[in-house]
Design a protein around this ligand. Structure first.
Ligand code: AMP
Length: 414
């Protein structure tokens, strides 16, 4: 499915192409048409799912299609719990509206209010705000919400966690009743349901299965291996299993390209997708993977996001991601639609921190499975630093104390 089937205008279609989005993410597929139809929407979606574009793109289109009815006031308000999120959403809105005549700005606490007042005086169509600063500015007469057409509550669950419920209720009493309201939340708790009942009219609820929900279907394996032999082990696995296709994740763009070249040299049809490749090259790689002419698709986390590839038998992580959520996104590409999936991570001992983070995040301990011929070489034990260490063999403490002593020594010599 492409963005053009969602009913977006040409300006927005060229913007998403420029951003390198080849196809809409699941939340975008569902939310964009509903919002364009004027519906109130409750969407249960986490950060990283493409949720910002799922409300920003249709809002821009709705505003562009209908010229301003009144001279004064903001037309769309996006409420966000934190200034970081407000700034990030504002940046997205600005990028997506680059080919359109729509003005947006962000207001949030912790910075001077005067420049924000000045920006508001210039006239704003879309305002992105945190609740506290918004009400401050409203009370000082700097914001007019009388003609508001669309309200978005982004990360509504976090806004409730942060104690903004009264701010939101106060705001509700100030806004016109006749408006479109969109509520985005990572969870669908009782409190969120209550808030939705108070603020939305006959909403369409979009609740996509989260990646967490289906990892039960996935067999997860961890193969310890020396860092330098990871590609060799991957090739061994490809040659010794009859996987029709595999998706491989690497942390770096260079790693993805090096691996692709190595596989191609062995006549294994491979392609890479990452931010440094042109849109054309990425589309070609994906099309090749979809039609089966490419056996191995190698991607980085960012590039692989939003790509919907169904029914992959196997996902392989060349290295573990720094962000544990990415692990779930990666392995979520296999074991879909209740079919069994397989996720293999090649693990070298410099990744202990990432492994602990993934284990904490998924709530499950990995069993290490060694592959014959690829058992990692034991790390040389550091020499004992003191007589006491030698006697009690406290190697971990030994490591640290040696490191400290060495650096002190170096400083002294300089
Ligand atoms: P969000 O969930 O809104 O925080 O978005 C997460 C990331 O995904 C952002 O870096 C977006 O630029 C990116 N993104 C959003 N939509 C798509 C898409 N359809 N394809 C690829 N990346 C996307």
């Amino acid at each position: 499915m492409s963005f053009s089937t969602l009913g977006l205008c040409t300006e927005l279609l060229s913007t998403v192409t420029e951003k390198g989005y080849s196809e809409p993410s699941p939340i975008q597929k569902n939310a964009i048409p509903a919002i364009l139809n004027g519906r109130d929407v409750i969407a249960i979606a986490q950060t990283g799912t493409g949720k910002t574009a799922s409300f920003s793109l249709p809002i821009l289109q709705l505003l562009a299609e209908k010229p301003r009815q009144q001279e004064e006031g903001i037309r769309a308000l996006i409420l966000a719990p934190t200034r970081e999120l407000a700034a990030q959403v504002a940046k997205n809105v600005e990028t997506y509206s680059q080919n359109m005549n729509i003005r947006s700005t962000a207001v949030f606490g912790g910075v001077r209010i005067e420049p924000q007042k000045h920006a508001l005086q210039q006239g704003v169509d879309i305002l992105i705000a945190t609740p506290g600063r918004l009400l401050d500015l409203y009370q000082q007469g700097d914001i007019n919400v009388d003609n508001l057409e669309i309200l978005v509550l982004d990360e509504a669950d976090r806004m409730l966690d942060l104690g903004f419920v009264e701010h939101i209720q106060h705001l509700q009493s100030l806004l016109p009743e006749q408006r479109q309201t969109l509520l985005f939340s990572a969870t669908f708790s009782k409190e969120i349901k209550t808030l939705a009942t108070q603020m939305l009219k006959n909403p369409e609820t979009i609740e996509l299965a989260t990646a967490h929900d289906h990892i039960e279907n996935i067999t997860q394996i961890l193969h310890p291996v020396d860092k330098a032999r990871k590609h060799e082990l991957l090739i061994h696995l490809i040659n010794n299993n009859d996987w029709s296709q595999i998706l491989v994740f690497t942390r770096t763009k260079r790693g993805a390209d090096t691996l692709r070249n190595e596989l191609e040299a062995l006549d294994i049809a491979a392609e890479s997708i990452h931010a440094n490749r042109t849109q054309q090259a990425r589309t070609k790689a994906l099309d090749g993977f979809r039609d089966g002419s490419i056996k191995v698709l190698i991607g980085t986390d960012l590039a692989a996001r939003g790509i919907d590839i169904q029914q992959l038998p196997c996902v392989i992580n060349i290295d573990l991601p720094y962000v544990p959520e990415d692990y779930i996104h990666r392995i979520g590409r296999t074991g879909r639609a209740s079919s069994k999936g397989l996720a293999i991570s090649l693990y070298s001992d410099d990744e202990a921190k990432q492994l602990r983070a993934v284990e904490r995040f998924t709530g499950r301990q990995f069993k290490k499975t060694f592959v014959e011929g690829f058992i990692p070489k034991p790390k040389p034990k550091p020499a004992a630093a003191t007589e006491e260490d030698a006697l009690y063999g406290n190697f971990e403490a030994d490591d640290k104390s040696q490191g400290k002593r060495k650096s002190k020594g170096r400083r002294k010599r300089r």
